[in-house]
Design a protein around this ligand. Structure first.
Ligand SMILES: Cc1cc2nc3c(=O)[nH]c(=O)nc-3n(C[C@H](O)[C@H](O)[C@H](O)COP(=O)(O)OP(=O)(O)OC[C@H]3O[C@@H](n4cnc5c(N)ncnc54)[C@H](O)[C@@H]3O)c2cc1C
Length: 458
């Protein structure tokens, strides 16, 4: 019989990584997550070095009846990566990436970030769909779906996940692939962290190296023109075009006239991953919508594009987000964006309207857990600001904006953009796939050990 992990000492002896408790000097560093609104005090943070450490940590938690939080990149807005009085399974030491250029795959540790991933794949001229920010965790983003610059041409991140190693609730290490535990692979492609701790993920890679992209700013009062243009442009835009409209306060950067710093604009963020020499031409129509007040576009390595906005969203901000899928970007919705977008209250806050058409639509709604294959956009209103004293005003902006656009949207939204108060939306976020997710949950985690997530109850 397997040894039980009843005491913290047994756990410490059993693992290669670190066990950090309130008695340790680095406890206050170890318990911090990205969203500064979340201030929790776990009984232990277990920094895992490998899958064996994860198995020991899961057993320690279940033997002692403690809550389990799983943390990779730590970006969860609701703070799912930590828990009062429970065990945090921190995978951040497990960030190795191994590229197989022949097979065009990469196998990555459960704690890697997209920065780690891009760094490893770029020299081979390969990439897969990640998000917009390089500090986000590969596992957390992929397990919820994974929307980013390359999605229209390469699919969601979860569509490129071909295999995963998973430690289940009973401390068993299993593989999920098309041939082994295929139901688990289906659920991991969008079902979030509900089914176990993913220690490695293997992705299909695509030929992407340097891209042509950046950001173009337009006057906020031209938002209607920009959004109407984007609505029709994106319908049949080349698949190598990724990008999205955003409301953005101008940061103090040299390419923006100094007199305009701090003012709100509507922006188009663009990423062309096709032939570089076509890039300038592809972005030309965006210069004909309205005068471009400021822009920074050009050729750059894909990892540079994927980290271009990192500095706008440092660790330690307050976060409150709301999200919906959008099938038709109606004139009424555009009117709501024109009203609320320019009121964006802080330089890190934004509204992004990510296109999720193209090859994302080629996958059947029931082929993966990610159900909204007919939606054309994932809208997120992301409130991110520095001072807790400003919480009320910033949360109000997110809620008012959301209330104005929600009637023009689908009922469900992207699980990775949900806040803690969105739990009652889990069923609609998965539509027809929800019941099948419950079945898979019952098979792999019948007592809901992994419940700190947008939870699918067994
Ligand atoms: C600044 C910012 C930018 C973002 N941009 C994008 C974007 O462009 N596209 C997009 O799709 N999403 C984006 N997101 C949302 C992001 O996908 C989610 O916040 C995601 O949960 C973050 O994963 P993480 O590993 O960084 O977070 P963590 O807080 O570490 O993990 C979040 C949850 O994911 C699960 N999880 C993480 N790792 C594992 C694992 N190895 N095994 C099992 N479960 C795990 C757990 O349930 C965990 O609680 C962004 C978020 C932020 C804050």
């Amino acid at each position: 019989m397997e040894a039980q992990m009843r005491t913290i000492e047994t756990l410490r002896e059993a693992i290669r990584g670190d066990v950090i408790t309130p008695a340790d000097a680095d406890y206050d560093t170890a318990r911090v997550v990205y969203n500064a609104m979340i201030d929790r005090r776990p009984a232990a943070v277990v920094r895992c070095a490998d899958a064996a450490d994860v198995i020991a940590a899961v057993r320690y938690a279940t033997d002692n009846g403690l809550d389990v939080a799983v943390r990779g990149g730590s970006h969860s807005v609701p703070g799912f990566g930590t828990v009062d009085g429970g065990v945090v399974i921190d995978l951040s030491p497990m960030r190795n990436v191994r590229v197989d250029p022949g097979a065009a795959t990469a196998t990555v540790g459960g704690g890697a970030t997209w920065g780690d991933f891009n760094h490893a794949t770029y020299p081979f001229g390969l990439a897969t769909t990640g998000g917009i920010i390089s500090t986000t965790g590969v596992a957390g983003l992929t397990l919820g779906g994974g929307i980013g610059y390359l999605a229209r041409g390469c699919g969601l991140s979860c569509d490129n996940l071909v295999e995963a190693d998973v430690v289940t609730a009973n401390g068993e290490a299993i593989r999920a692939s098309e041939d082994e535990n295929a139901d688990l692979l289906w659920a991991l492609r969008g079902g979030g962290g509900n089914f176990g701790v993913v220690t490695t993920l293997t992705f299909r890679l695509h030929r992407v190296k340097d891209v042509y992209g950046g950001v173009m700013f337009y006057e906020a009062d031209r938002a209607g023109d920009v959004l109407r243009f984007f609505r029709s442009y994106i319908e049949d835009a080349p698949l190598a075009f990724g990008g999205f409209p955003a409301f953005q306060i101008a940061p103090p950067l040299p390419f923006i006239p100094e007199s305009r710093h701090g003012e709100p604009f509507i922006a188009i963020v663009a990423c062309w991953s096709g032939a570089l020499e076509r890039g300038e031409n592809v972005l030309k129509p965006f210069h004909d919508i309205a005068p471009v007040v400021a822009e920074m576009v050009g050729p750059m390595p894909y990892p540079a594009m994927n980290s271009a906005f990192d500095a706008l969203v440092p660790k330690g901000l307050q976060h409150y987000w709301k999200a919906n899928f959008v099938t038709e970007l109606t004139d009424e919705a555009i009117a709501a964006h024109e009203t609320f977008g320019p009121r964006v209250p802080y330089v890190s806050s934004t509204m992004h309207l990510y296109p999720i058409n193209g090859v994302v639509h080629d996958v059947a709604p029931d082929a993966t857990a990610f159900a909204y294959r007919d939606a054309n956009f994932a809208e997120v209103i992301a409130g991110m600001w520095l001072e807790p004293a400003d919480n009320e005003a910033n949360i109000r902006w997110v809620r008012d904006y959301y209330s104005a656009t929600a009637p023009q949207s689908e009922q469900g939204g992207y699980v990775n953009f949900m806040s803690a108060d969105d739990h009652d939306r889990v069923v609609v976020n998965y539509k027809e796939n929800y019941l099948r997710l419950v079945e898979v949950k019952r098979r792999y985690d019948p007592s809901n050990v992994f419940h700190l997530n947008q939870n699918i109850e067994p």
